[in-house]
Design a binder for this molecule. Sequence first.
Ligand SMILES: [Zn+2]
Ligand SMILES: [Zn+2]
Ligand SMILES: [Zn+2]
Length: 285
Amino acid sequence: MRIIYLGTGGEEGFPSVFCECSACKKVRRMGGKNIKTRSGALIDNVLIDLSPDLFSQSVQNHLSLSGVTHVMITHSHTDHLNTHAIRLRMRELASVLEPGQEKKIKIYGNREVYRVIMDAVSKDCHVTSDRMEFIQIRAFERIRAEGLEFISLKANHKKDEECLLYAVQNETGCLLYANDTGELPEETLDFIRTQKLCFDLVSMDSARGTLPGDGHMGLSENLNLRRRLEEIGAVRENTRYYLNHFSHMCGLTPKEYRRLVGRYGFSLTYDGLKLEIGRGRVCRR
Ligand SMILES: [Zn+2]
Ligand SMILES: [Zn+2]
Ligand SMILES: [Zn+2]
């Protein structure tokens, strides 16, 4: 299973466009892996979320996404649900496909995601409706896509919407992709335990950094989650932990935060990070 972290930042990106906090100022100067676009990932050939930065991410990674026909959406926040990208994929003049390429893109998400997408699509007279199918899902469903199994899990993020996380598995390994969320609901931990999921790679929200968690986690919630996963046997000794969706909130730059979390055995994601899970091992590509 191959993972590309297309974007790894919080809602405002890093540096935040209108922000003069010391972390954003430093990151603007430092550039490189400190720059974080809004979060999303490509797992083999399936996208998790559609970042508002999808255009620059595809350019940066030399990637055409025309062959992607399955997209799993976590929730309706605009840093994860870029309806403009959906409309462009549904326009024949914007997205010319090769002969024989699948025309329809399947998008999976909750009811609110469906409402937001349909609202945007219905106002666009250039889209072709048979280019997109929406599949409404809830937490604790199993979806097969491109040889992978996606298992939707309940997040703890937004009160008025069932936000989702995903466990992704195939015969080579298992990934937990867990942002945007605060501490995981007991229901989700119970499900992981009873379904005997065991992760090779745990990707966790750490938007709050050194601050206490809320609808996002910080370092102390990340340590807690690792402990809980250990207790229920959902991780092994060689499981790798990556902190994701890091933001400027706590005032540290990604470089400073990476150094701090490294002491606890965590790595920090960065835009363009490529990982591979195979035979229970996680390697950088
Ligand atoms: Zn977010
Ligand atoms: Zn800032
Ligand atoms: Zn969110």
